[in-house]
Design a protein around this ligand. Structure first.
Ligand SMILES: Cc1cc2nc3c(=O)[nH]c(=O)nc-3n(C[C@H](O)[C@H](O)[C@H](O)COP(=O)(O)O)c2cc1C
Length: 393
């Protein structure tokens, strides 16, 4: 693809997508940094910038392993494709293209309930594992049908999105009232013979806003797929995930699509990772635009990450090739960042690799980082005690 010569970063893809997509659509799906109705997305990106990597020198980094394991599945880099609705808004090949690109990169894609190709159609073309992102509808029969179809089609985990239930201001939908033909159909509902199926117009209102922790049991009774809760933003909720036997959680604020006025997701990560320890797997999304951002997330407690917008931008610019190239950019940048931080194994990244801004890292996380530096001989006992006392003040 000739365009790729000038496409060196995810930022280049964003800029190109912005030039080519209808403005109202771009503004509704992604928003600009500092756009007034996208404060949480801005917080995600700015918070990521505010975390600082700590370079290390004279470490043998000639071999670097970026692979990791999520829910027992090996992926070649700790970046997965976040479930995002209706990929045909970016390219006619939609999720078929993104699923193929994910397989080429040897990673996992999460398929949205609101996909433009069906659960089965995407499974047919995907050579790598897929996870299914579930919206829990008031209509339980519909919810159950979707879960069973995902399981039958071979999806290997279920991601329950919980951060946008019950309230949707629809401010952006009204402001940017530009609907593509591709958005009118909910492909996964076609052929389901139930009355009053949700439509595009009442989609968000048809989610079960009474959903609570007790309902997870019912969901689990439907399937043997492991359960990932997507959209956890506090240590309290993370602990509840662990208590309810959830296998993994995604620290996420829906890429800023839900509540405005929150912290950036990377700011939420250290306290959440500390709260659950190794009781469940912790992933992060929101604001990842560079390989260095992936390393920051690993350092602050994530096992792996997801990207949302970058997939759309890659699709919009170059379909499957565009998404493949975006993933390659992230892979190469991660490799560079690991090398310059003296990291040889993505599974071994610890808190000493990044410094979160004061007030966002958990005290436990900071203490762990100090202890690691003391243990490795980079802090004297006196320096360690001094810094520890300041932390605990
Ligand atoms: C256009 C768009 C559509 C999305 N659709 C969904 C969706 O259908 N289900 C879901 O759980 N999350 C959805 N998300 C949120 C993403 O899964 C993810 O949390 C977010 O995009 C991560 O932030 P990033 O875009 O900064 O990478 C969507 C995000 C975007 C930008």
């Amino acid at each position: 693809m000739t365009t790729q010569n000038s496409m060196l970063t995810i930022g280049d893809y964003e800029a190109r997508a912005k030039e080519t997509m209808p403005k109202a659509l771009f503004d509704r799906l992604f928003g600009d940094l500092d756009a007034p109705d996208w404060t949480t997305n801005t917080a995600n990106v700015r918070a990521m910038e505010a975390v600082k990597l700590r370079p290390r020198v004279l470490v043998d980094v000639s071999r670097r392993d970026m692979s990791t394991e999520v829910l027992g599945q090996r992926i070649s880099l700790p970046v997965m494709l976040a479930p995002t609705g209706t990929h045909q808004r970016a390219h006619p090949a939609g999720e078929l293209a993104s699923a193929r690109a994910a397989a080429a990169a040897d990673t996992i894609m999460g398929l949205s309930t609101a996909s433009s190709y069906s659960i089965e159609e995407v499974a047919e073309v995907a050579d790598n594992p897929l996870w299914f992102q579930l919206y829990f509808f008031q209509n339980r029969e519909l919810t159950e049908i979707l879960v069973r179809r995902a399981e039958n089609a071979g999806y290997t985990a279920m991601m329950l999105t919980v951060d946008n239930l019950g309230a949707n201001s629809r401010e952006r939908e009204h402001r940017y009232a530009y609907i593509l033909e591709a958005e009118r159909t909910l492909k996964n509902f076609q052929g389901i013979e139930l009355p009053n199926l949700p439509t595009r117009e009442n989609f968000a209102e048809s989610f079960e806003s009474a959903l609570n922790w007790r309902d997870l049991e019912w969901l689990r009774s439907l399937t043997t797929m492991p359960l990932i809760v997507k959209g956890v933003q506090t240590a309290e909720d993370a602990r509840l995930c662990a208590e309810h036997g959830v296998e993994a959680l995604v620290v996420s604020n829906h890429g800023g699509h839900a509540l405005q006025g929150t912290d950036g997701s990377i700011d939420m990560l250290p306290s959440i990772a500390d709260a659950v320890g190794d009781r469940l797997e912790v992933y992060l999304d929101g604001g990842i635009r560079k390989g260095a951002d992936v390393l920051k997330a690993l350092a602050l407690g994530a096992r792996a990450t997801f990207v949302g917008r970058p997939i759309f931008w890659g699709l919009s610019v170059g379909g499957e090739d565009g998404v493949r190239h975006c993933l390659e950019i992230l892979r190469n940048e991660l490799s560079v960042a690991m090398g310059l931080c003296g990291v040889t194994d993505a599974r071994q990244v610890d808190r000493a690799v990044a410094q979160a801004p004061v007030g966002t890292a958990s005290v436990a996380g900071d203490l762990e980082r100090l202890a690691r530096l003391l243990e490795q001989g980079y802090l004297t006992r006196e320096e360690f005690e001094g810094q520890k006392a300041r932390l605990l003040e």
